[in-house]
Design a protein around this ligand. Sequence first.
Ligand code: CTP
Length: 413
Amino acid sequence: MNTNDVAGELQGRHIVLGLSGGAACFKAAELCRLLVKAGASVQVVMTEAACQFITPVAMQALSGRPVYVSQWDARPGNNMAHINLSREADALIVAPASADFIAQLAQGRAGELLPLMCLARPIERVPLLIAPAMNREMWAHPATQRNLRQVAQDGAQVLGVACGDQACGETGDGRMLEARELADELIAFFTPKVLAGQRVLVTAGPTFEAIDPVRGITNLSSGKMGFAVARAAREAGAEVTLIAGPVSLPTPRGVRRIDVVSALDMHEAGVDIAQSAHIFIATAAVADWRPATAAAHKIKKDGSGEAPQLGFVENPDILAEIAHSPRAQSGELFCVGFAAESQDLQANAQAKRVRKGVPLLVANIGPATFGKDDNALLLVDDEGVSDLPRASKRVLAQQLVAEIARRVSGFAA
Ligand code: CTP
């Protein structure tokens, strides 16, 4: 399974997807497809203006349900589409939300079905998310900004916007987020906020230890597990900083990423960020040694057939150092280590937990998981060992975050 897959992420959820007028309607088609793929049932509601950009036929085909446009639609037995549609929804998401639609929301107007339905929703029970999309001048206009503040104050969650090329040919703020980003925001929205208020530091990926400007020593860690953990922690409400070694993975939404190369860089950044973190999850496969000296220029063959002699020095143990810091020792910082072993998983993991001085150690067989999308984990703490059976790294990351949250609330109590 691909970790980027959305399958099952919104299983059993009923989403009302609203479209107001804008060129970004084409992205709403992809969003609809993704929500359905994620297991949600999707009911599309469109404004008259949206129908100028994409047809209800297309949206019906993608959602598998007839689309609602008019408040006078006589199909519902009680002729109250605005009431029925909003009562059935687990969430309403309006994407794209045009400047005019946001103005209508801000004023509580109900001139057509979509704003009427938003106004009629039970505000405490049915969340409203909006994804604005408009020209950069319209976005920057004080009226739009004023309306956005108002709708946020009235309980809507505003998603985005992005900066970039616009349909009008101009460049700037006001682009709607991509369909995948919106689907991820919706998935995050439904995640229980078990880490709300927590600052989480995650290290991920390999490190690269330079021999000379073109060569170095690294390892096979892909960073996938650490990135999945960072994403799951953010979805659980944490403020997440991800210190990443050299990997080519996209940054999870809402996560602050610091790219580093060597173990020394990762150590410097890690020690700094850990000073204000509540949870440190060390998933990185940090190189244990680095060449004693990195040559300033490429080391050349000298024709003798002799290989250069490389001396090594040990890198600082980032996890052990942070786990032995006063904040970790006093319980202000909860440290979680990973162990990549090649044999005797349990015995090695238990010994490593003690050596690193961490309350929780997560062990796996390194060669069996590096670069893959799934894994199986063994959790070791002072109460013993427990398994997280083989699953995608996405699912394991979610389970691990729940395990950490449970221990942290116990820890703080
Ligand atoms: N770790 C670290 N800094 C290092 C080495 C490891 O922060 N210099 C962290 C890893 O991120 C991981 C844990 O320590 O959370 C264990 O890493 P691992 O490579 O399994 O263990 P080592 O410390 O290298 O021990 P050994 O070589 O004996 O397996």
